[in-house]
Design a protein around this ligand. Structure first.
Ligand code: MF3
Ligand code: CO
Length: 247
């Protein structure tokens, strides 16, 4: 069931969403070669706590950290570890903050120093996929138009769309209905109503879309070992467009 948010609820959601945005921006200024993914997680934890919010991911279904930190072939849900970032890596940082009774959720993929032309394009196209996906989005848009647009842009650029993870509704719970896939057929799916709050999060792979989950039960890696990127924002569907809460 899709919960439509009132203006009062949306006003409450702005704060956790702003914290997510500011935290991602902050992490982006700190990422560098030599830093471990655990150190990235510590920055996230401290930032969210100092903002008076709670890191929603910590303890969620037993997840052991405040952020997902996914390097190169890790698509999503990379568990922070002692692995040091290296020049040429791309690293996706995905995090959620809880405040005012609501969650905010966002992700960015950062380049560590100079990266290959392929990784550079992958990061750029993944961001573009988000903006293509929401182009023209407003009340009345069929849900799967988002995925249709994301997929078209990714595949036009020679990349593939991860199938087994999707965007989602968000609010008092981190994951609410509807599921928002990054692929689909134009003109299908429920027509989104004004006041629906969703996370649109393209996960795009340079090679094939197949993934496997590591023995830790979380870390999703591409089967072919090629890099993947992730970009996510929380947004409100409005009568005349969208309001992005984490930008
Ligand atoms: N932030 C992720 C999302 O985009 C969820 C992370 S799963 C968790 O939905 F276990 F780490 F919380
Ligand atoms: Co999300």
């Amino acid at each position: 069931m899709i919960f439509i948010k009132s203006e009062e609820e949306i006003a409450l959601m702005r704060e956790p969403c702003r914290i997510v945005r500011d935290c991602l921006d902050f992490v982006g200024t700190r990422i560098r070669a030599g830093m471990t993914t655990e150190e990235v997680d510590r920055l996230v934890y401290d930032f969210i706590k100092a903002s008076g919010a709670e890191p929603s991911c910590l303890g969620y279904c037993g997840y052991p950290a405040s952020a997902c930190v996914s390097v190169n072939e890790v698509v999503v849900h990379g568990i922070p570890s002692g692995r040091p970032l290296e020049e040429g890596d791309i690293v996706s940082v995905d995090l959620c903050a809880f405040k005012n009774g609501f969650h905010g959720d966002g992700a960015r993929t950062f380049r560590v120093g100079e990266v290959s032309a392929e990784k550079d394009k992958l990061v750029r196209v993944t961001e573009e996929c988000f903006f293509k996906g929401i182009e023209g989005l407003k009340a009345g848009t069929p849900l799967y138009d988002i995925g249709y647009r994301v997929q078209r842009h990714a595949e036009e650029n020679g990349f593939s769309v991860i199938r087994s993870y999707t965007g989602h509704g968000i609010g008092r719970e981190m994951h609410e209905d509807p599921s928002v896939p990054n692929f689909g057929r134009k003109g299908t799916g429920v027509r989104l109503k004004a006041g629906t709050v969703i996370c649109v999060e393209p996960m795009i792979a340079a090679g094939g879309w197949r993934v496997r989950v590591a023995d830790d039960g979380w870390t999703a890696v591409t089967l072919d070992g090629k890099p993947a990127a992730h970009y996510e924002n929380t947004l409100v569907v409005r009568d005349d467009g969208v309001e992005i809460l984490t930008l």
